[in-house]
Design a protein around this ligand. Structure first.
Ligand code: MLT
Ligand code: MN
Ligand code: ZN
Length: 304
């Protein structure tokens, strides 16, 4: 199994277009040791030529351009993207669907019924696509943790899991989410049995999530914020991590404490631009280094 991090940033990316927090300002000025990051997306393959796009970010066009395996050029119009999977209906995970409208066949889209509901009503991207390439929806049954496969990637099994979170700001379920508004996934390589657990939005751990994370050879987990009130203290927004459905890294019961207890490779992903871990010289980043916790970057490759 091969996983390529197409975008390691959270919504807005890094630097964010209108942001002058110390990170965004420092990156633009060249005074910060840090790397730009596009918005949250992965490409996953079973080692064959086809790829599953996991989340379609607003930066998808540039992400495809910088990832040659996704553009094999075997015909006048071609792609190696066999299907798209969306883990939540947030703008940063779904907007790139519009970029795929020129697809030559109906787009194969895997998402839960709640995500499908938001993407056909409040933010009706899937309906709009009906006037372009068309969409075949493959429902994901996360509540029953029903494993599934992707056509064209026979070596890969996907195991979905409901994750505590929030529905998107435009959703009628914003602060009363359904269990399948946000999901995590374990990607299993059928040949080797090796597993990667991915949850870019995670508001809280529970025993089920801990078990899944412990069983994984590698985890890619919510790296949005270091501190719950980070956006407030940096004057960027009134929103807290909790309100947005993201567990902060620091403090008791925080993401770092949870990750430190895991046996496998641990990687933070979906990192929001004011997070101090983006500054490679920060004490927070050094703390992660000490604990063996990695910070995902665009172009990062994981082979399992
Ligand atoms: C989130 O993860 O909280 C959202 O994606 C943020 C956004 O895109 O506005
Ligand atoms: Mn997001
Ligand atoms: Zn910023």
């Amino acid at each position: 199994m091969r996983i390529i991090v197409l975008g390691s940033g959270a919504g807005g990316g890094f630097p964010q277009w209108n942001c002058n927090c110390p990170n965004c300002r420092g990156l633009r000025a060249g005074t910060l040791r840090a790397t730009p990051r596009t918005q949250s997306s992965l490409a996953v393959s079973d080692g064959g030529g086809s790829w599953l796009l996991v989340n379609a970010s607003p930066d998808l066009r540039a992400q495809i351009a910088s990832c040659p395996p996704l553009q094999p050029a075997r015909a006048v119009r071609d792609t190696a993207i066999a299907a798209v999977l969306i883990v939540d209906a947030q703008i940063d995970h779904a907007t790139g669907l519009m970029t795929l409208r020129e697809h030559r066949a109906r787009l194969q889209v895997h998402c839960t019924p709640s995500v499908h509901s938001d993407l056909t009503t409040g933010y009706p991207l899937l309906r709009v696509l009906e006037s372009y390439c068309g969409v075949d929806w493959h429902p994901i049954d996360a509540e029953n943790e029903k494993p599934f496969a992707i056509e064209g990637l026979p070596g890969l099994e996907l195991r979905p899991l409901p994750i505590p979170g929030e529905a998107p700001p435009y959703s009628p379920r914003r602060h009363a989410p359904a269990p399948d508004d946000t999901i995590g996934l374990t990607f299993v390589d059928r040949a080797s049995g090796r597993r990667c657990f991915y949850a870019p939005g995670l508001a809280a751990f529970n025993d089920r999530i801990r078990t899944e994370a412990r069983a994984a050879d590698c985890v890619l987990l919510d790296g949005t914020l270091w501190q719950d009130d980070e956006l407030q203290t940096r004057g960027a927004s009134q929103k807290t991590g909790r309100e947005m459905g993201h567990l902060a890294q620091s403090g008791r019961g925080g993401m770092v404490e949870e990750l430190a207890a895991l046996p496998g490779r641990k990687i933070l992903i979906h990192i929001n631009n004011p997070n101090p871990i983006l500054d490679e010289d920060s004490p927070e980043r050094r703390r992660l280094d000490t604990l063996g916790i990695e910070v995902a970057f665009d172009g990062m490759e994981i082979s399992l």
